[in-house]
Design a protein around this ligand. Structure first.
Ligand SMILES: NC(=O)c1ccc[n+]([C@@H]2O[C@H](COP(=O)([O-])OP(=O)(O)OC[C@H]3O[C@@H](n4cnc5c(N)ncnc54)[C@H](OP(=O)(O)O)[C@@H]3O)[C@@H](O)[C@H]2O)c1
Length: 264
């Protein structure tokens, strides 16, 4: 696909799940991946796999994006290395499943910082170079949890509503500039996400669970096509249409039932 040929792409959260798969898929499409996460060993293994499979030298950056000033540091660090980012995949993120007061304040602070503030700052720092080249794009990984408030996933869903609102507004602002902006809304995906969020194996009905491979392909195709908002399956597209026309309280009741009220 021409959009991805001879480009450099930064993937946050490349050590696992959707970000790992997107890193492989970007390499396959001709983009040199810049792999960022906290677990360096995982990133190095992935870089080796990318080199062996596609003959591309991925760049590894071990960084905790929750450190103050991480986004600004990253932008200048890459500039010093003369690495210019054409494609940004804002993917790193996490959630907490449970009643609001069962979580702790520090976790919520880290979640809102990572899912919201860091994503915004990375966009702010990397977008100008794309605009000056009139090419490239940003893929924001939101969630179906962005479509409605989600009881027992309250802070996470609120952060993903922000991602969706911000991403769609930016898509409008970038029209005609040559820079693509897409926001991806997966439902449940088989990754480490639910373990990190404190959910149980099998919490989501098996038939609704997608693989990182499916979601990655849909996301990368959507960014190349500059699709604004992307639920990752036909049933999620239907759900997003329905949720935009039914009352908020009904939406929340449905969302709460997905979170298995009795478990939390
Ligand atoms: N899985 C789902 O069901 C699902 C559904 C909808 C949306 N999403 C969204 O998809 C995105 C990717 O999640 P996933 O499902 O692939 O989960 P995952 O397997 O847990 O991957 C999360 C990634 O984020 C990285 N990360 C977490 N905190 C970080 C930090 N402070 N600094 C740098 N990197 C950090 C992790 O790497 P390290 O731990 O090595 O730092 C890991 O690579 C998230 O934004 C999530 O909200 C997931």
């Amino acid at each position: 696909m021409i959009f991805y040929k001879n480009k450099t792409g930064l993937i946050t959260g490349a050590s696992s799940g959707i970000g790992r798969q997107m890193s492989l898929d970007l390499a396959q499409r001709g983009t040199r991946p810049v792999l960022l996460a906290r677990r360096k060993d995982r990133l190095e293994e992935l870089a080796d796999e990318i080199k062996k499979t596609f003959g591309i030298d991925a760049v590894v950056i071990e960084k905790d994006l929750n450190e103050p000033g991480a986004a600004a540091w990253l932008y200048s660090h890459l500039k010093e290395q003369q690495i210019e980012i054409d494609i940004l995949i804002n993917n790193a993120g996490f959630g907490f499943k449970g009643r609001f007061l069962k979580g702790d304040a520090a976790t919520y602070r880290n979640m809102t910082d990572l899912n919201v503030s860091v994503l915004t700052e990375l966009t702010y720092f990397f977008l100008p170079d794309m605009l000056s080249k009139k090419t490239g794009g940003i893929l924001n990984v939101a969630s179906m949890a962005a479509m409605s408030p989600v009881p027992y996933f309250a802070v996470y869903a609120a952060t993903k509503s922000y991602v969706s609102s911000f991403g769609c507004a930016l898509w409008h602002e970038m029209k005609g500039t040559g820079v693509n902006i897409s926001t991806l809304c997966p439902g449940p995906v088989r990754t480490e996400f639910f373990i990190v969020a404190g959910a149980k194996e099998g919490d989501a009905p098996e038939r609704t669970v997608q693989t990182a491979r499916e979601v990655s392909k849909i996301g990368l195709d959507a960014l190349a096509a500059n699709t604004m908002l992307v639920p990752t399956s036909a049933s999620l597209k239907f759900l997003s249409k329905v949720s935009s026309v039914i009352p908020l309280k009904t939406n929340m009741k449905v969302a709460a039932s997905f979170m298995k009220e009795s478990d939390v």
